[in-house]
Design a protein around this ligand. Structure first.
Ligand SMILES: Cc1cc2nc3c(=O)[nH]c(=O)nc-3n(C[C@H](O)[C@H](O)[C@H](O)COP(=O)(O)OP(=O)(O)OC[C@H]3O[C@@H](n4cnc5c(N)ncnc54)[C@H](O)[C@@H]3O)c2cc1C
Length: 389
C-alpha cells in the first residue's frame, strides 16, 4: 500500500496508475472536498497519453475542447501575426489531442475514476500527518478533522501536496517555495462578450511590454478562460479578489487588452506564482511528485503535465520495487533533466512574451519564419514523450 498526500492532479493520477498495476493507494487530503482552484488547464499530448492509459480518454473528450490553433497577437496588433496549428494537426502528429479543460472537470474525472476503484481510498479533511521510519519500514499517522488518529504501515509515502508541500519542507527538510516575481490574474468572461476580439475556436496568446495574456474557450460553460500575467511585488492584496487586474497602464492602450479587462463581469483572482527549486525529491521511503517537487512558471503550460508524467513514471517503479528508495532514486534519475529543461523554457518564455521594442520586432520575425507548424517541431520533445504504464 502507498500513502499519498494531496488529492490534486498528481496525487489522483498516481493513485489511478498504481491501481492499474494492482497496488492499493490511500490518499489523504487536507481540504474537506475537491476544491480545484483556478479555472482552466491546457493538457498537452504527453499528459493525455498517460490519462488515456488510465481509461479517461472518452471522459476527457466529452468535457475538454481541442482548440484549432494558437493565435499570436503582438502588442496592439489587430489581426494575429500567425495562427499556429493545433486541432487535428497536433492530434495526428502526436497520436493524442491537445485540449483545454476546466480544472473542476479534470478533477471530477480523476475523482470519479478513483471512486470506481476498490484499490483507492481518499480521506478528506485530514488536519495533519506524521511518520517515522524504522527497521521494519514506515509508520504513518493521519489526523482527521474530528480529532481521531489513524495509523498505518505503508510501503512508501508520496508527497503530492502542491507548491507549499509540507512533505517537502517538514518531512524532507527541503526549501520553502519562492515567489517568482510574476502574478497571474484569472477570470472567466462570457463568450458572447469576446466574439469581436478573439477567435472562439482558438487559443489566443497576447503579448505586451512587461505583461501577457492567454485566453481559451470552455464551450460547454459558454465562457473564455483568461489569465493575465505581469510582474508584481507581494503585498497586502496578494492572493485576494479584485474588480480589475493590476496591469501596467500601457496595457489599456491596446484595444484587445482593454476589451478583456472591461468585459469581465465577475472578479479577477490574483494568483502569485511560486517556484520550487530542490534536488531533494526523496529520502528513504518518502518521495515528492508534481508541484511539491518542482512547481514552475506556467508559461509553457506544463506544470500539471509534468505532475501527470511524474505519476506515470513513479507508479510502475513503486509497484515493482523491493525497496521504496530504489524506486524513488530511479524516478528522480529519469525525471530530473526533463523537468529542469521545461522549468527553464517556461522562464525564458516569460522573457520572450514580455519583450518591448526593439527586441519584440526580432521576436516577431522569428515567429513568422517558423511558420504555422514550426512550434510543434520545436516542442516535439515535450509532446511526443510517451510513458507506458
Ligand atoms: C495561472 C496558472 C495556469 C496554469 N496552466 C497550466 C496549464 O495550462 N497546463 C499545465 O499542465 N499546468 C498549468 N499550470 C500548473 C498546474 O496548475 C500545476 O502544476 C498543477 O496543478 C500541479 O498539480 P499538483 O497535484 O502537483 O498540485 P495541486 O494541484 O496544488 O494539488 C495539491 C493537493 O494537495 C493538497 N494538500 C496541500 N497540502 C496538504 C497537506 N498538508 N495534507 C494533505 N493535502 C494537502 C491540496 O489541497 C491539493 O488538493 C498552471 C498554473 C497556474 C498558476
Amino acid at each position: 500500500m502507498i500513502y499519498i498526500a494531496g488529492a490534486g492532479i498528481a496525487g489522483m493520477t498516481l493513485a489511478l496508475a498504481l491501481a492499474k498495476l494492482g497496488v492499493k493507494a490511500v490518499i489523504i487530503e487536507k481540504t474537506k472536498g475537491l476544491q480545484p482552484e483556478g479555472a482552466g488547464l491546457q493538457i498537452s499530448p504527453n499528459a493525455r497519453h498517460v490519462l488515456n492509459q488510465l481509461g479517461l480518454s472518452s471522459a476527457l473528450h466529452g468535457l475538454g475542447f481541442s482548440p484549432q490553433a494558437i493565435d499570436i497577437y503582438p502588442f496592439k496588433r489587430a489581426k494575429p501575426l500567425k495562427s499556429l496549428k493545433l486541432g487535428p494537426f497536433a492530434q495526428q502528429r502526436f497520436d493524442s489531442p491537445y485540449i483545454v479543460i476546466h480544472r473542476a472537470d479534470l478533477a471530477d474525472i480523476l475523482y470519479k475514476a478513483c471512486q470506481q476503484s476498490n484499490l483507492i481510498e481518499i480521506h478528506f479533511g485530514i488536519t495533519g500527518f506524521d511518520m517515522i521510519t524504522h527497521a521494519n519500514g514506515l509508520s504513518v499517522s493521519r489526523e482527521h478533522s474530528d480529532g481521531h488518529i489513524h495509523e498505518a504501515n505503508p510501503f512508501a509515502f508520496v508527497g503530492a501536496d502542491g507548491v507549499h508541500s509540507v512533505t517537502r519542507t517538514k518531512i524532507l527538510s527541503g526549501p520553502d517555495a519562492s515567489y517568482s516575481g510574476y502574478t497571474a490574474w484569472r477570470a472567466l468572461i462570457p463568450t458572447s462578450m469576446m466574439k469581436a476580439e478573439l477567435n472562439l475556436f482558438h487559443t489566443s496568446l497576447l503579448w505586451g511590454p512587461g505583461f501577457h495574456a492567454v485566453a481559451y474557450p470552455h464551450p460547454r460553460r459558454h465562457v473564455i478562460n483568461i489569465a493575465l500575467f505581469s510582474k508584481e511585488k507581494l503585498g497586502a492584496n496578494t492572493g485576494k479578489k479584485s474588480v480589475a487586474p493590476n496591469l501596467p497602464k500601457i496595457a489599456l492602450t491596446c484595444p484587445r487588452f482593454n476589451a478583456i479587462i472591461e468585459s469581465s463581469e465577475g472578479e479577477w483572482t490574483n494568483w502569485p506564482l511560486y517556484g520550487v527549486k530542490t534536488g531533494r525529491w526523496h529520502k528513504g521511503p518518502v518521495g515528492l511528485i508534481g508541484d511539491a517537487a518542482h512547481a514552475m512558471l506556467p508559461f509553457q503550460a506544463q506544470g500539471a503535465a509534468m505532475a501527470i508524467e511524474d505519476a506515470a513514471t513513479l507508479a510502475p517503479l513503486l509497484a515493482n520495487a523491493n525497496e521504496p528508495q530504489t524506486a524513488f532514486a530511479t524516478y528522480y534519475a529519469e525525471r530530473k533533466n526533463r523537468v529542469r529543461k521545461i522549468i527553464s523554457i517556461s522562464a525564458s518564455n516569460g522573457e520572450i512574451y514580455h519583450m518591448g521594442a526593439p527586441f519584440s520586432y526580432a521576436r516577431d520575425l522569428v515567429v513568422l519564419a517558423q511558420g504555422t507548424t514550426g512550434h510543434l517541431r520545436r516542442l516535439a520533445w515535450i509532446y511526443d514523450h510517451k510513458i507506458p504504464i
